[in-house]
Design a protein around this ligand. Sequence first.
Ligand code: SAH
Length: 295
Amino acid sequence: MATGALSVAIVLLLTTCGQADKPARSDSRSAFAYDLAQSHPDQARQSGDNVQAAEADKADDIAKVIDEWMPPQPPGATERVVDRQRMVQHQIVDPPAGRIPVKNYSVIKAMRTVPRHVFVPADLRSRAYIDSPLPIGNGQTISQPYIVAYMTELLQLDPAAKVLEIGTGSGYQAAVLAQLTPNVYTIEIISPLAKTANKSLTEQGYKQVKTKQGDGYFGWEEHAPFDAIIVTAAAGHIPPPLWQQLKPGGRMVVPIGGAYEVQRLLVVEKTEEGKRRSKSVMAVRFVPLTRSTEK
Ligand code: SAH
């Protein structure tokens, strides 16, 4: 791509994502490489420095996706607009004391767009926008809106990212991810939930989301590696297959802890060298990650 076209695409990217912030980078060298790749991609590519060249290539990939892809416009987005605006404002952007506000504009926009009420059982639709998880049948729950937004922000997705979700549940989190990237893969272990989620996603126009019924502990080898993995059920440990399917430079957001206890939400990064760097970001409560042998 010509430099001019790339710059236009990058400006477009920054506008679309609304991310004035650059991604959090673990060291100053890659932060420099990111800056150079954004401002002078050709120079970055020709520098002979692998980190700089990789950043420039990534900027190119993102620009290409932006040229070809627009976030979906689900039909349900025209319903309950005020409820959703209120939810985003009071629970996510300016939340009650003790919660970290969500700042990423693309995530905020996704939360304003996805019709949450469509993903909850019909008899609970009037409560779809309250500050709480809700039952979705089969003993499972759709997460609280704030948790969905916060976990999505932690993934630092760009439109070229490939993301795997373990625990489709209602399909709501997958729809939120699908507003940020066209490359969403999601696995649900309970067959009736997988079917309902698939139906809701299809009806709302999220046809590009790839769904599968199965044990997410093993990931989705066929589509690996992933830039990001989000686990929406609590595991006792990080499933080794998921770690293997995470790209170097990628990140996993996963609640770790025993069933029905307070668990820790971890952000687990895989460095370019393949090392693990984990950070515990908050206490959470998720349903347990079950295994196929228990079913
Ligand atoms: N993300 C969902 C909520 C998830 S609740 C939403 O937006 O609605 C957690 C889900 O994880 C449940 O539906 C549960 O059945 C599923 N789950 C538990 N263990 C799993 C496993 N091993 N593989 C795939 N899904 C699993």
